[in-house]
Design a protein around this ligand. Structure first.
Ligand SMILES: [Fe+2]
Ligand SMILES: [Fe+2]
Length: 220
């Protein structure tokens, strides 16, 4: 899987300081529940980063900021997307809530231009994911799903697998859960999500072909 695009020129001197600044701003911006969820995602992302040997401060910062735009209404999100040139497909008009990841990433990058692009990308990809997720992208996606304040859904098997399987295998498990939930609740599935799913099944099969201990079989 591709490596995090972390070697860009914008290298903040102090992610911890940015975290403190962002945390204060987030507390004023979102609801009490959303704020607690965001801190919980930050802590979970930091834990995952420690386990999978990724930059912990970046993971914590991206986790804390991932829902920066989450409390806007669908109409507001569509307006913010249009204003910032985020493409809105016909499907997205039905699923406007998904836009908060992209509009949030843009808003965060404008407010804190010193934050590096890999952190901004992880925020942007935390809802729909992408066929070429970086390690940081995967960590934020997973942390958003398994943070301990989430009590709905069967997350036990994903939480239990942390550190026991590769980060990509863990991401595929999390994505599988998302897709299964969408189907069970008769929700639309964005065509881009199918592209993501197929890309990772392709990796899984390539891994399985490469050796007996790789690419564990998922359900059919
Ligand atoms: Fe979100
Ligand atoms: Fe979230």
């Amino acid at each position: 899987m591709s490596k995090a695009k972390s070697d860009n020129s914008k290298k903040p001197s102090n992610y911890k300081m940015l975290y403190a600044k962002g945390r204060k701003a987030l507390e004023r911006r979102v609801s009490g529940y959303r704020f607690l969820h965001s801190l919980s995602v930050a802590d979970t992302a930091a834990d995952l980063a420690r386990v999978y040997n990724i930059d912990i401060d970046k993971a914590r910062l991206a986790g804390m900021l991932h829902d920066w735009d989450k409390d806007f209404t669908d109409d507001e999100l569509i307006r913010r997307a249009e204003k910032n040139g985020v493409a809105i497909s016909d499907y997205q008009e039905d699923m406007a809530a998904l836009l908060h990841s992209q509009t949030g990433a843009i808003a965060v990058s404008k407010k804190y231009p010193e934050i590096s692009d890999d952190v901004i990308q992880a925020i942007s990809r935390h809802t729909a994911a992408a066929p070429d997720m970086t390690e940081l992208d995967m960590i934020i996606y997973i942390a958003d799903m398994i943070e301990p304040l989430r009590t709905r859904g069967n997350l036990r098997r994903i939480r239990a697998a942390v550190g026991k399987i590769s980060l990509e295998e863990l991401f595929v498990k999390a994505y599988e859960t998302t897709m299964a939930n969408l189907i069970a609740r008769h929700r639309f599935i964005h065509p881009d999500s199918l592209e993501v799913w197929n890309a990772y099944i392709h990796h899984e099969r390539a891994d399985a072909d490469a050796g007996p201990h790789k690419g564990k079989q998922q359900k059919g």
